[in-house]
Ligand binder design. Sequence first.
Ligand SMILES: [Fe+2]
Length: 189
Amino acid sequence: MKFENAQKLLDKYVKGQTLKRHCLTVAITLEFFAKDFKAQNPQVWKSAGLLHDIDFELYPDEHCIKAKEILESEKANFPDLTDEIIRAVLSHGWNLTNAVEPQTDLEKTLYAVDELTGLIFACAMVRPSKSVVDLEVKSALKKFKSAGFAANCNRDVINAGAAMLGMDLKTLMQKTILAMRSGHELIGV
Ligand SMILES: [Fe+2]
């Protein structure tokens, strides 16, 4: 799916700037990981990342459930919105709101970085630079272990995501920091 089409589709359902920025952060992060995995279609990863929270603003209590209905209904308007993207979006609700288990590299990566990008964003915000550019993985790991810091970022999900990918937490964090750095001007961090 072309990223510009994914942006048009997201704009129909998400108006809040904070959620939009989170969606863009995950999109940029997934594109970086797609290239790292030498995936055929980094654009598909990026679009799936952008759309992953499409139902969250309108239906917070049916997150990753309403998304199926919304995306299926938009197939007619967006012919390049594929089942691969729809399944990826749903699978980040695995064990939280649905039973769609992450299976592909794209799905596992989305599951692993959704909460983690939030934690890294919070780590950057408490730095003098307010940026990921000079954020060290050591510092992010320390904050990960401090349960009171960015307490809403679910550490169990991040750990489960790393395990799915067969990556240790430090490697996953390092790659995610690099991913966010690759688009830090667009994300504003
Ligand atoms: Fe998310």
